[in-house]
Design a protein around this ligand. Structure first.
Ligand code: EZ4
Ligand code: CO
Length: 403
């Protein structure tokens, strides 16, 4: 058996913070897994170092399911983003090791390729509609088949999704949370105008997406969905917070615009009612935040029998190790929908050498054994951790709100 002889946590900040778990076996094979939880990185580091790594040493790296169950059931305290990100890192690293030992790219172990490439969506944003459309045209020229559109809201000093650097959006912009201001009344009329202009400029042979980032009430979300129907969005995302899964019934009654939810979910239980009742169309859980490949596979299967497709989160805070693993999953999973793809900085790409490639709107995980992503530890050590928090939101009268 490939005995686990060592495991270490590597923290690096090549432009933003990443936490990576590296597991080593007696035969000299190693695997890596992403453990980054944006704004809460060091909590996962501590969970791994204090509670997980000591339990891994001496185990058989091939027993992925048993180790998963040990870490999940064995903690007694179930679920939660810190726990599930730590478990995900172990699970991803073990799948990487198993596939390397088999000499196969990970997608082959999952069941083989179901498609030739993974359709991804890029992010066009700007402070005005014109600026956003100009960006979207650039993405279309790069070959993207799907583009997310986010635009500034007149009267609000800043808006979710509108970045300074056009290729890399980084919301965790300060050591302590930046305070933003929100108004749904100001925001709601702007989105149909953005989509109308986008259809005019980009045509109909391209998928358009939008993220409301948890800011609407269910009835406001229903209205947004209705208002966007003429422009046939691929989806609207996180229109309302999803702790109360039943609240999506109300949105569903009113609009045929497809709904995507789940980037903050960490367990199948967060999505069970949404999927069982077919209240959403796309599930956005990721490998790193939802317990790794082993748990995401359960979510995907539940989704499949309910006509829900995958549309995994893929912002810059998901490291190349998560992206690589996700792409193998995407190439295999029968009910694939789309994959979010926000490019990493060149420094990040250097720290994480990877086999995946982009061409003509599709990513491919490559044919390297494992998930195809590694970490250059010497280079990683040159970028020390920098505290960074996600922003918070207040309404115009000062009330705390959802970011
Ligand atoms: O705010 O990844 O769809 N993408 C998003 C992201 C999230 C960040 C949080 O860490 O909503 O921009
Ligand atoms: Co989102």
């Amino acid at each position: 058996m490939p005995k686990i002889t060592g495991a270490k946590v590597i923290v690096t900040c090549p432009g933003r913070n990443f936490v990576t778990l590296k597991i080593e076996t007696a035969d000299g094979v190693h695997g890596i897994g992403d453990a980054t939880l944006n704004g809460r990185e060091l909590s996962v580091v501590s969970y791994l170092n204090d509670h997980v790594i000591p339990c891994l040493i001496g185990r058989d790296a091939h027993q992925i399911e048993d180790i998963w169950q040990f870490l999940y059931r064995g903690a007694y305290w179930r679920r939660g983003p810190v726990t599930m990100s730590a478990i995900a890192a172990v699970d991803t690293a073990l799948w990487d090791i198993k596939a390397k030992i088999a000499g196969l790219p990970l997608y082959q172990l999952l069941g083989g390729a179901s498609r030739t490439g993974v359709m991804v969506y890029g992010h066009a944003n700007g402070s005005t509609v014109d600026e956003t459309i100009a960006e979207a045209l650039r993405y279309q020229a790069m070959g993207y088949k799907a583009i997310r559109l986010q635009s500034g809201v007149p009267g609000l000093p800043s808006t979710y999704g509108v970045s300074k650097d056009k290729l890399f959006y980084e919301p965790a912009d300060a050591a302590l949370p930046t305070e933003n201001v929100w108004s749904s009344a100001k925001y709601l009329p702007t989105v149909p105008k953005l989509f109308e202009a986008a259809r005019e400029a980009l045509g109909w042979d391209i998928h358009l997406l939008h993220d409301a980032h948890h800011r609407l009430t269910p009835i406001e979300a229903a209205r947004l969905g209705k208002d966007l129907e003429p422009y046939r969005p691929f989806w609207i995302e996180d229109v309302t917070p999803a702790e109360n899964q039943a609240s999506f019934r109300l949105i569903r009654q009113h609009t045929t615009t497809p709904l995507a939810v789940g980037e903050v979910f960490n367990s199948i239980w967060d999505a069970k009612q949404l999927i069982d009742e077919q209240l959403i169309d796309y599930i956005r859980t990721t490998i790193v935040h939802a317990g790794g490949i082993s748990h995401l596979r359960r979510i995907a299967h539940l989704a499949e029998i309910n006509n829900v497709r995958t549309g995994f989160h893929g912002a810059t805070d998901l490291s190349p190790a998560c992206m690589g693993a996700a792409l193998h999953f995407d190439l295999w999973v029968p009910n694939f929908g789309i994959q979010e793809y926000m490019r990493h900085t060149p420094e990040t790409d250097e720290v994480f050498p990877h086999a995946y490639t982009f061409a003509d709107g599709y990513l491919h995980p490559g044919e390297a054994p494992g998930h195809g992503v590694d970490i250059d530890e010497d280079l990683a050590a040159r970028y020390p951790y920098r505290p960074a928090s996600l922003p918070v939101n207040r309404l115009e009268d000062g009330s705390m709100y959802n970011w």
